[in-house]
Design a protein around this ligand. Structure first.
Ligand SMILES: NC(=O)C1=CN([C@@H]2O[C@H](COP(=O)(O)OP(=O)(O)OC[C@H]3O[C@@H](n4cnc5c(N)ncnc54)[C@H](OP(=O)(O)O)[C@@H]3O)[C@@H](O)[C@H]2O)C=CC1
Ligand SMILES: Nc1c(N[C@@H]2O[C@H](COP(=O)(O)O)[C@@H](O)[C@H]2O)[nH]c(=O)[nH]c1=O
Length: 587
C-alpha cells in the first residue's frame, strides 16, 4: 500500500509524479479535463447505492463535446453516453475517463462504444482496482489502435497530481475494498468546542447546527450502511435515515453485545429503512425473536467486534459505511484499524462536565507522540460549525501493479476468488457479476398490456411482475414506477417497499409463480446475449451460488443456509443449454 496524500507539506510517493520536464499546455489541458471527469463520476452519489463511479468526457482540443456518468449498477455506461452525445464529433477526439472501464457483461461495451465512435486517444486516471478487470479495457483499446495514456505510467507530469487525487477519491471505497476486503469506513461525530459529544446526562440533541446535520444526511446517502452501538440506541432513539432528498437509503446497523435494547425504538421501524442488529451469539434469544417479528434482521457473531462486522459488510457487498456511534464503540473500531476517514463537526459551544462523553474512548495511548495524525486534512465552515475531515489511513494505490498482456486478454472462466467448485456471484463488479439480476442486459418481454417491452434489467421485469394483473390503479402505477426506474436498485426498492407496505397489491399467486417468472427472464437474458451464454456454459461442473447473505430465498445466505434459487435456476438453464448444444452437435 502506498501513501497517496500529503501529510502536512510532505507529498506522498505516488503523487510525486515526475517534475515538469514533460509538462506542456496539452498536459495541463488533459489534467483539467480528467479532473472534471472524476467530478462527473461522483454525480450519482446519494441517489443510488454506492457503486464504482465512472465519468467520461470527450473533448476535441479543449472543447467538451460529450459527457456521461454511470448512474447505477446496470445502467448505461458513461462511455456510451458520452459517445452518443458527441455524435460525429467523437471521431478523432480524446476521451477522458477517471478509471479504467469495468464491464460485467464480458463484451466490453465501454470499449466498443469508444472504438465505434472513432475516439483516437483515451486518457485514464487510474487502472481498475479489481483484478478481473484490471488492464483488460486498456489492453482492448490498444488492440483496436487507440492510443491510451494512463496517468502515472504514460503521463508523468506533476500537473496531473490534483487530477489523480480526484480520481482516487471518487473511487476510494472500491480501492479499499479491493486492497483490504473491507468497506470504506467513515467515522462521523459532532462535538462541542470542549470535546464533548453529549452532556454528562447523555443528552446530545443538538450539538451541531441544522446546516451541519443536513450535510450528515448527504453523507448517509453516500453510504451503504450506518452503524451505531446499543447505548446510542438506548440514549438517543435515533432514526438514522438519509433525509437528503436523494433516493438511496442506507441500511442501519446496531452493534449490541448485550441486546439489552428497548422494545420500542424508531430504528425498529423498517418501513423507511432496513435494520440489522449485530450481536453476540446466543445473546437474549427472547429479544432476538421480538426484533425478528418487527422485521429487524438479527445477525449473530461468535465474537462481536468491528473487524468481523466489516468483513461481514464486505461479503454483503457494501462499499461504504458510516459510523455514527459514540466513543465507546469508536475506540475499538479505530484500534482494530477499520476506520479510514473521520468527519468531525465542531460546534462553537461549551458544555463542560467531567463525565460527559467524548468522541473516542480508550485507545491505550499515554504519550502525545502516539497520537494518530490525520492525512490530507480539510477544514470547511458550515454555518456556525467547523467541519474537520481527514484520512486515518491512506487510500490504497493499486495502480503501479500493471498486469501482463497475457493476464488481461480474456475473461478467464476459472478466475474466481473462491473455491473452484463453487462460483459465487453477487455484485455486478464481481468476476461473475453478469449473472446478477442487476447486470446491464436489457431484455424484451411482455409488459402489463402484453406488448413487447424492453426491460432494462431482469430485476426491473421481476419486480414489475409482482403487481401484474392486479385490478387496482395503484398496482398499475407501481408497474409504471418500476418500468421508469433509472437503475435496478431503484426498481428493487420500489417493488420491495410496495410489497411490504401494500401486500394487497401483490398478485395472489405470486409465491407459486415467482420462480417461473424468474426463469422466464433468465432464459430470455441468456438467449439474447451470446457472450453470457458462453460464460454460463464455461461454468460447467461448478456450483453457482448467489452470495447474498440476507436473501435466503434467492441467495445462498451467510453460512450456506439460503435456498439459492437464483443459482439453482442458472444451473438448470446451463443444463438445458448444454443439452441443446449437444443435440445440435449430434445432428
Ligand atoms: N454527538 C455525536 O455525534 C454522537 C453522540 N452520541 C452520544 O454518545 C453517547 C453514547 O456513547 P457510547 O456509549 O460510546 O456509544 P455507542 O452505543 O454508539 O457504543 C457503545 C455500545 O456499542 C456496543 N458494542 C458492540 N460491540 C462493542 C465492542 N466490541 N466494544 C464496545 N462496544 C460495543 C455496546 O452496546 P450494548 O451495551 O448494547 O452491548 C456498547 O454499549 C450518548 O450520550 C449519545 O447521545 C452518540 C453518537 C454520536
Ligand atoms: N447529536 C448529534 C448527532 N448525533 C448522531 O445522530 C443520531 C441521530 O440521528 P437522527 O435521529 O437520524 O436525526 C444520533 O443517534 C447520533 O448518532 N449528529 C450530528 O450530526 N449532530 C449532533 O448534534
Amino acid at each position: 500500500m502506498v501513501s497517496l496524500f500529503s501529510i502536512g507539506s510532505s507529498p506522498s510517493p505516488r503523487l510525486l509524479l515526475r517534475p515538469t520536464c514533460c509538462s506542456s499546455p496539452t498536459h495541463s489541458r488533459d489534467a483539467v479535463i480528467l479532473r472534471r471527469a472524476a467530478e462527473l463520476a461522483d454525480s450519482s452519489a446519494g441517489l443510488t447505492s454506492p457503486h464504482p463511479n465512472f465519468g467520461c468526457i470527450i473533448a476535441r482540443g479543449g472543447d467538451v463535446v460529450g459527457k456521461g456518468f454511470l448512474y447505477g449498477q446496470g445502467t448505461e455506461c458513461a462511455e456510451l453516453q458520452a459517445a452518443e452525445m458527441a455524435g460525429e464529433l467523437a471521431a478523432g477526439a480524446t476521451a477522458y475517463i477517471n478509471m479504467e472501464s469495468g464491464d460485467c457483461s464480458g463484451d466490453l461495451a465501454p470499449v466498443s462504444s469508444l472504438v465505434q465512435a472513432g475516439i483516437s486517444r483515451v486518457v485514464v486516471g487510474i487502472r481498475h482496482p479489481l483484478r478481473h478487470f484490471r488492464g483488460k479495457a486498456i489492453h482492448a483499446l490498444r488492440r483496436h489502435g487507440v492510443q491510451v495514456d494512463v496517468v502515472g505510467e504514460d503521463l508523468q507530469s506533476k500537473v496531473y497530481e490534483e487530477a489523480l487525487k480526484s480520481c482516487l477519491l471518487v473511487n476510494a471505497p472500491l480501492l479499499y475494498r479491493a486492497a483490504c476486503h473491507v468497506p470504506f469506513s467513515v467515522l462521523k461525530y459532532a462535538m462541542t468546542l470542549d470535546g464533548k459529544i453529549a452532556a454528562s446526562s447523555g443528552h446530545a440533541s443538538w450539538i451541531s447546527s441544522k446546516l451541519s446535520r443536513g450535510r450528515v444526511f448527504e453523507l448517509r446517502g453516500r453510504s451503504d450502511a450506518i452503524i451505531v452501538g446499543g447505548n446510542t440506541v438506548r440514549r438517543d432513539d435515533p432514526r438514522l435515515t438519509a433525509r437528503h432528498g436523494g433516493g438511496h437509503t442506507p441500511v442501519r446497523i446496531v452493534m449490541s453485545q448485550t441486546l439489552d435494547l428497548p422494545e420500542e425504538r424508531n430504528i425498529w421501524n423498517i418501513i423507511d429503512a432496513y435494520t440489522i442488529v449485530a450481536t453476540q451469539r446466543g445473546a437474549r434469544k427472547d429479544m432476538q425473536k421480538k426484533l425478528a417479528r418487527k422485521g429487524v434482521e438479527v445477525v449473530e457473531f461468535d465474537m462481536l467486534n468491528p473487524r468481523d462486522l466489516m468483513r461481514y459488510c464486505h461479503d454483503r457487498g457494501y462499499l461504504s459505511v458510516l459510523w455514527e456511534c459514540g466513543g465507546g464503540l469508536a475506540a475499538p473500531a479505530i484500534s482494530c484499524g477499520v476506520i479510514h476517514k473521520v468527519y468531525a463537526f465542531v460546534a462553537p459551544k461549551i458544555i463542560g462536565g467531567a463525565n460527559a462523553p467524548s468522541p473516542v474512548g480508550e485507545l491505550g495511548m499515554i504519550q502525545m507522540t502516539q497520537a494518530l495524525n490525520l492525512i490530507d486534512v480539510s477544514y470547511e465552515q458550515i454555518g456556525p460549525d467547523m467541519l474537520i475531515s481527514g484520512f486515518l489511513q491512506p487510500i490504497p494505490d493499486l495502480s503501479p501493479i500493471i498486469p501482463s498482456v497475457d493476464e488481461t486478454s480474456a475473461l478467464d472462466p476459472t478466475l474466481s476468488p473462491y473455491d473452484t467448485n463453487i462460483i459465487f456471484f453477487y455484485k455486478t463488479w464481481d468476476p461473475y457479476g453478469a449473472f446478477s439480476n442487476f447486470s446491464p442486459h436489457p431484455l424484451q418481454l411482455p409488459d402489463e398490456n402484453g406488448d413487447n417491452y424492453m426491460w432494462p434489467t431482469v430485476e426491473h421485469y421481476y419486480q414489475a411482475q409482482k403487481f401484474q394483473g392486479v385490478n387496482s390503479p395503484l398496482a398499475i402505477d407501481v408497474i409504471q414506477q418500476i418500468k421508469s426506474s433509472k437503475s435496478p436498485e431503484e426498481a428493487a426498492r420500489t417493488g420491495r417497499k410496495m410489497q411490504r407496505q401494500h401486500p394487497e397489491l401483490v398478485r395472489a399467486d405470486w409465491d407459486s409463480v415467482k420462480v417461473d417468472v424468474m426463469y422466464e427472464a433468465l432464459k430470455c437474458k441468456f438467449s439474447t446475449y451470446p457472450n453470457l451464454n458462453t460464460m454460463l456454459r464455461s461454468t460447467a461442473g461448478s456450483v453457482l451460488v448467489e452470495a447474498s447473505p440476507h436473501d435466503l430465498f434467492w441467495g445462498g445466505g451467510r453460512e450456506g443456509e439460503g435456498l439459492n434459487h437464483l443459482g439453482r435456476l442458472l444451473m438448470k438453464l446451463r443444463s438445458e443449454i448444454m443439452e441443446e448444444t449437444s443435440v445440435v452437435g449430434v445432428e
